[in-house]
Write a protein that binds this ligand. Structure first.
Ligand SMILES: NC(=O)c1ccc[n+]([C@@H]2O[C@H](COP(=O)([O-])OP(=O)(O)OC[C@H]3O[C@@H](n4cnc5c(N)ncnc54)[C@H](O)[C@@H]3O)[C@@H](O)[C@H]2O)c1
Length: 326
């Protein structure tokens, strides 16, 4: 992912890579060579790099266990940060990172790259423009992924490594925040993962909305989209998005009878800069204008809290209130 960000920064006309740091000796040099960039600093020492370069911002694409250290170090030296999801490995670390942003007065934004997708933005527009008050939101994520490597051994692999994207999308689509969750993680007999690779979660969200997540990373055949398969049910009708094409739905035009009379609705996918290129642009704009971007840490910690609360609920086999963890 570091190299993907490297290409993104290299190719953006408003950015220049001043330094590349990786704790593994030689890794920064190897990446710079592959990307054909020549940063002033290449090495293993973040403090030394920041002191010698005085960069405008730091991009934290380390593994999740490195996020707290890298991000709080940069913020502590007065440097804004854009970092990869998930914020941290637990909520205690994430809270420390938010406090570091408060203390320095500098922006810390988490890049939730799947928000920068013309189809999910069209889906949100379709919901907002037509449906009225949302009561039910469902997402299904079923992909048989044979990654190999660390994920095969990881605990809570689906919830911790992937569900943050879908949970964050649920907040983006509904504009609601989590209140509580009941979750069960499990691992079907045939699963090739050591940790739980499947989960069902029922979230209570603000305004009484119920958001249901069903997912599995060991589901062979008929995969869902990586964006999940969605159904939003509201006062005036229903909107669907299969995570592939344009969103569509039906709204009531004449209530009554056994089934109300409905009309089809749809929205064309928006033309936007997608993925991490979109989040970099939003971050740069926020630095320039002071606007609050998607993924700003005080907001993004709520998506991360959904993951932590779901894992905790599954462990306790009880409903967990988000406020208890926050
Ligand atoms: N948005 C997405 O779709 C997406 C996709 C993949 C990964 N990610 C996220 O990107 C991040 C990186 O994932 P990855 O798959 O590239 O991981 P990775 O393990 O392949 O690479 C992480 C790199 O960070 C380095 N590192 C670790 N701790 C460090 C520290 N304290 N200082 C400097 N360097 C350090 C490691 O040596 C390694 O080279 C993770 O947070 C991951 O969740 C996001």
């Amino acid at each position: 992912m570091g190299k993907a960000w490297g290409r993104n920064l290299r190719d953006n006309e408003n950015t220049e890579i001043a330094g590349w740091i990786d704790v593994r000796p030689g890794a920064a040099e190897e990446a710079a060579k592959e990307l054909e960039v020549s940063p002033e600093y290449l090495g293993t020492d973040l403090l030394e790099a920041i002191r010698s370069l005085s960069p405008d911002f730091v991009v934290d694409i380390t593994s999740p266990s490195g996020h707290r250290e890298v991000t709080t170090t940069a913020l502590g030296m007065g440097i804004p940060v854009i970092g990869e999801k998930p914020m941290a490995t637990d909520l205690a670390e994430a809270k420390e990172m938010v406090r570091a942003s408060d203390a320095s007065g500098k922006l810390y934004m988490v890049s939730q790259s799947r928000r920068y997708d013309g189809r999910i933005q069209a889906y949100r527009r379709l919901i907002e423009a037509n449906l009225g008050e949302l009561g039910i939101l469902n997402s299904d994520f079923y992909i048989g992924a044979h990654f190999g490597g660390f994920r095969d051994e990881m605990a809570s692999v689906l919830l911790v490594d992937m569900a943050i994207h879908t949970f964050d999308a649920a907040r983006y689509l509904s504009q609601a925040d989590p209140v509580a969750v009941y979750a069960e993680e499990f691992n079907p007999k045939w699963s090739w993962y050591a940790g739980d690779a499947s989960a069902t979660c029922l979230f209570e969200m603000t305004n009484g909305l119920r958001y249901t997540y069903r997912g599995s990373w060991c589901a062979e055949g008929s995969p869902s989209s990586w964006e999940a398969d969605w159904r939003a049910v509201a006062e005036k009708g229903t909107a669907l998005w299969d995570g592939h094409g344009d969103p569509k739905g039906q709204i009531v035009v004449e209530p009554g009878g056994f089934h109300s009379k409905v009309a089809d609705i749809s929205e064309k996918s928006f033309e936007i800069k997608s993925g991490i290129a979109g989040s970099l642009d939003e971050f740069l704009n926020a630095l320039k204008t002071g606007a609050t971007p998607n993924g700003e840490c005080h907001d993004n910690i709520k998506s991360f809290a959904m993951v932590c609360a779901a894992v905790e609920s599954s462990r306790r086999r009880q409903r967990v209130e988000i406020a208890e963890l926050m």
